[in-house]
Design a protein around this ligand. Structure first.
Ligand SMILES: *Cc1c(COP(=O)(O)O)cnc(C)c1O
Length: 419
């Protein structure tokens, strides 16, 4: 008997918590049975039942060129034939660091790790080591991966499950974490090592920074001698070549990256100025390591992806996001459905409310009002795969052509009429 989504979900739930390896995938907040992917190609994913979906999950960002891009696949194939992991340095690790540091102003040195979580965790350790201070400040609704100290008031799946943080995190692990509301410059004193921020919040839906917010953080950090960390795991190499620092004209002290830079393979990175990165072992006393760090398949895939990410590519991605934004907004307006689609360049989000949220509380009110699950299933029934949760962004890729964008807007108009 051939597989169905339901049969795989049932088998999966017997041996994997929730049947999935990352909570959001279980469809808990939208209900129903997750589709199990059989393969993906360009803008499409195909499930095990042979259904095709226009995919706006795109692995939550990494597949910016679309799925199975021929150049990325060729690079991975070529790398794999030469071995899959060495535990010794390679040219491609140097090349990707050269490429990334050449694009991001102020980023002079970096380390490759295997996920965004690891990048954020390592960047925090670096900031604490370099400043000799303990406290970190994060913003409610921002997500920095699942490190203990950063899970409090996290966005993404934590928010979807209605959790304030996570069980299993000790009071000690979070006693040095201060949580502040997004888009308000908090008081920063000399006990704070680092202020962590998503320069565009993309894990509580999409919430752009208010004018002056990032500038205010920069000033407040400078005044207190604290470091400013931009978590660019989503925005990095998706927003524009140089990331949020280029877009907003505000430079952090420390960056972390992930998602896009691995070309769909597991990779993250953190970096800073040469001076700050000199605290990292073997140059300094901040230890960080990884058996699979700088993995040859991941660096090959990442380099192949970055090669396509030109100024023209970002313009093309922005054009797609803009058409989706305008087309879907018009569809909702026609149907009399209260909806806003915040957009910053190629980054797009959706909220079923009248006014765009500016922080976690307003984002939660909009995300949890019950409309998104109905919209999600209406779209899925029409062959459009959005993220199975209202706290995620919409990710068009460079493989989404006119036909897919038009089909998405047409489906949106049909669904809007039913809401
Ligand atoms: C996805 C994400 C992370 C965590 O990355 P993983 O690769 O899932 O560990 C961290 N920060 C932000 C902003 C993210 O969107």
């Amino acid at each position: 008997m051939s597989n169905t989504n339901a049969s795989l979900f049932e088998r999966g739930q017997a041996v994997i918590p929730g049947g999935v390896n990352s909570p959001v995938r279980a469809f808990g907040s939208v209900g129903g049975t997750p589709y199990f992917v059989e393969r993906a190609d360009g803008p499409f994913v195909y499930d095990v039942e042979g259904r095709r979906y226009i995919d706006y999950v795109q692995s939550y960002g990494p597949s910016i060129l679309g799925h199975a891009h021929p150049d990325v696949i060729a690079a991975i194939r070529d790398a794999a034939t030469r071995g899959t992991s060495y535990g010794a340095p390679t040219e491609n690790e140097v090349r990707i660091a050269e490429e990334m540091t050449s694009r991001v102003e102020g980023l002079e040195m970096m380390r490759l790790v295997s996920s965004g979580t690891e990048a954020a965790m390592s960047a925090i350790r670096l900031a604490r080591g370099a400043t000799g201070r303990s406290k970190i400040l994060k913003f409610a609704g921002n997500y920095h991966g699942h490190t203990d100290s950063l899970l409090v008031a996290g966005g993404s799946g934590i928010a979807q499950q209605g959790l304030k943080g996570s069980e299993g995190v000790t009071a000690g692990a979070i006693e040095d974490t201060i949580v502040a509301p997004y888009n308000v410059v908090p008081e920063i004193d000399e006990s704070i090592a680092v202020v962590c921020v998503e320069p565009i919040a993309a894990n509580m839906g999409l919430v752009p920074p208010a004018p002056g917010f990032l500038e205010g953080l920069r000033e407040a950090c400078d005044a207190a001698g604290a470091m400013l960390l931009f978590d660019e795991v989503i925005t990095g190499f998706r927003l524009c070549r140089g990331g949020a620092a280029e877009w907003f004209g505000v430079q952090p002290d420390v960056w972390c990256f992930g998602k896009v830079i691995g070309g769909g393979l597991p990779m993250g990175a953190y970096g800073a100025s040469r001076e700050i990165m000199s605290n990292v072992a073997p140059l300094g006393g901040v230890y960080q390591a990884g058996t699979l760090s700088g993995n040859p398949l991941a660096t090959a895939a990442g380099l192949a992806a970055l090669e396509h990410l030109t100024v023209e590519a970002y313009a093309a991605l922005t054009e797609r996001a803009t058409r989706l934004q305008e087309g879907m907004q018009a569809a909702f307006d026609t149907a009399g459905v209260a909806a806003v689609l915040p957009r910053v360049g190629p980054l797009l989000g959706i909220f079923f409310t009248d006014t765009a949220p500016h922080d976690f509380d307003s984002a939660k009110a909009a995300a949890d009002n019950g409309v998104y699950p109905r919209f999600f299933h209406g779209m899925l029934d029409r062959g459009i795969a959005l993220a199975p949760g209202a706290y995620e962004a919409i990710f068009p890729s460079l493989a989404h052509g006119d036909e897919e964008i038009e089909a998405t807007i047409a489906a949106c108009a049909e669904v809007a009429a039913t809401l």
